[in-house]
Design a binder for this molecule. Structure first.
Ligand SMILES: C[S@@+](CC[C@H](N)C(=O)[O-])C[C@H]1O[C@@H](n2cnc3c(N)ncnc32)[C@H](O)[C@@H]1O
Length: 280
């Protein structure tokens, strides 16, 4: 079974059951007179805006419903505990993804006041793909936080020979609250769309408190190019425009010290941004 989180792309998705109004493709059957009517453009814009507003209301309602979290948990419980499962059937993007993250992390270690190499946490860790291929190489200890027990069981199996792995925490990120001053790096990737805006802001605040001196929070997420939040009713998540992500980061009293685009992903996918954050 494929999941849609990584593979869908604005306007081309076949898995999102509710298309945002603005991504609907123009019908080729458009009457010729439409372009000639001077009021047609304004009318079109008005109805498009209304549809966008309706869509935004629907997204808000879905996020406010507690089922937003339980539906996501149910969805992931049915996804195979494999790299392919984690990457929505796109296992081949594992290498470019890890390579982009490696370069990004190295650039973070080269910064003035760089974080230490002591302890990191992999948030929404899935089967431990990022811990295995990236984080355990750079940190003395890595904890994994993941809400799906079968994914954590798979991670334990695959990382059993690694002396670097610390705790396996089966928990939703909306509840994860590390002790203050615990981590050099908090890594969260392809998971934050599963949190409501309010929970995301609070998550960022708790992660900021959980940082050691010079510690950073890394966010690697899809962003929409439409300027609006797009809902995925299949896996019960949203994809935010970068502007909203930055707004939430700012509200959480964090500042962006690096903002980079992931390159070398196949065409047709959402743009993926890597952000390095520090408390203001
Ligand atoms: C697209 S996978 C990405 C996994 C991993 N970050 C990676 O890139 O390989 C999304 C992961 O987020 C987890 N997840 C979804 N909602 C979550 C939540 N509220 N708290 C923690 N993990 C969550 C899912 O169970 C799944 O393992």
């Amino acid at each position: 079974m494929q999941n849609s989180k990584i593979i869908k792309s604005t306007g081309t998705t076949t898995t999102t059951t509710t298309e945002p109004a603005h991504t609907t493709t123009m019908s080729t059957e458009e009457p010729a007179c439409a372009a000639a009517d001077p009021e047609a453009d304004t009318a079109d814009n008005d109805s498009e805006e209304e549809e966008d507003e309706e869509y935004a209301k629907k997204v808000k309602l879905v996020q406010e419903n507690p089922a937003f979290y339980t539906d996501a948990a149910a969805y992931w419980n049915n996804v195979p505990a494999t790299v392919n499962g984690m990457l929505g059937g796109f296992a081949h993007i594992n290498a470019p993804d890890i390579c982009g993250s490696e370069i990004f992390l190295q650039s973070i270690f080269k910064m003035k006041n760089a974080p230490g190499h002591g302890r990191a946490v992999d948030c929404g860790a899935g089967i431990g793909r990022i811990t295995k291929h990236l984080l355990q190489k750079h940190f003395g200890k890595v904890d994994l936080v993941e809400q799906c027990q079968s994914f954590l069981d798979r991670a334990k199996e695959s990382l059993k020979s690694s002396p670097k792995v610390g705790e396996y925490l089966c928990q939703g990120l909306q509840h994860f609250a590390p002790e203050p001053g615990t981590y050099d790096v908090v890594w969260s990737q392809w998971v934050l769309g599963h949190l409501t805006d309010e929970d995301l802001e609070n998550f960022f605040r708790r992660m900021a408190r959980g940082l050691k001196p010079n510690g950073v929070v890394v966010v690697k997420e899809n962003v929409t190019s439409s300027g609006i939040v797009e809902l995925d009713e299949q896996d019960s998540s949203v994809t935010r425009p970068e502007s909203l992500l930055l707004e939430i980061i700012d509200k959480a009293a964090l500042r962006v010290i690096k903002n980079t685009k992931q390159n070398n992903l196949p065409k047709g996918l959402y743009e993926v941004k890597m952000l390095c954050l520090r408390p203001k």
